[in-house]
Design a protein around this ligand. Sequence first.
Ligand SMILES: Nc1nc2c(ncn2[C@@H]2O[C@H](COP(=O)(O)OP(=O)(O)O)[C@@H](O)[C@H]2O)c(=O)[nH]1
Ligand SMILES: [Mg+2]
Length: 196
Amino acid sequence: MEINTHNAEILLSAANKSHYPQDDIPEIALAGRSNVGKSSFINTLLNRKNLARTSGKPGKTQLLNFFNIDDKLRFVDVPGYGYARVSKKEREKWGRMIEEYLTSRENLRAVVSLVDLRHDPSADDVQMYEFLKYYDIPVILVATKADKIPRGKWNKHESAIKKKLDFDRNDDFILFSSVTKDGLDAAWDAILSKIQ
Ligand SMILES: Nc1nc2c(ncn2[C@@H]2O[C@H](COP(=O)(O)OP(=O)(O)O)[C@@H](O)[C@H]2O)c(=O)[nH]1
Ligand SMILES: [Mg+2]
């Protein structure tokens, strides 16, 4: 499939099902802790400086943001989890919104789950991964900020992440940096293979 990634735009923001686009275009959702590098990942894949806002204020975006890519594919930016300064009520609302999308959306082909290569996955990261496995949703695990770790240590960090997540070998694992663009082609290959 030929996709013109330059032809990308934010389509809409949705709080619930009734706002989702109604068509058969495949969707790839992106999830991760606030500040993990999710917006930077989207911007890097779409070769844009600031389509998905890289915000200094994590936890601000509380809606599902749908990006239209050339009318052939959509990215669905899921608001970051694990941000301490939101109330319990806000967190529950967030949880219901994500769960509704992930468990009922027929357009969904895979979730890009982002973790920081430098650190062991957090309890929230583990919970998200277990949730996706439970619902049989294909995962593309992206370990971000690889430029902050010397290449000689990438393997060690990758192993630690896989161990902590009890990583499924059938899922893709991609080392990524929005600074050096390492992993850019691998990320696109993984995404395109899910929407064929
Ligand atoms: N060095 C480095 N910094 C990154 C990378 N990705 C994101 N960042 C930085 O991490 C911070 C959070 O990034 P952002 O994309 O807004 O994270 P989000 O909250 O998950 O959307 C920003 O200061 C980014 O510049 C990366 O691959 N390498
Ligand atoms: Mg963001």
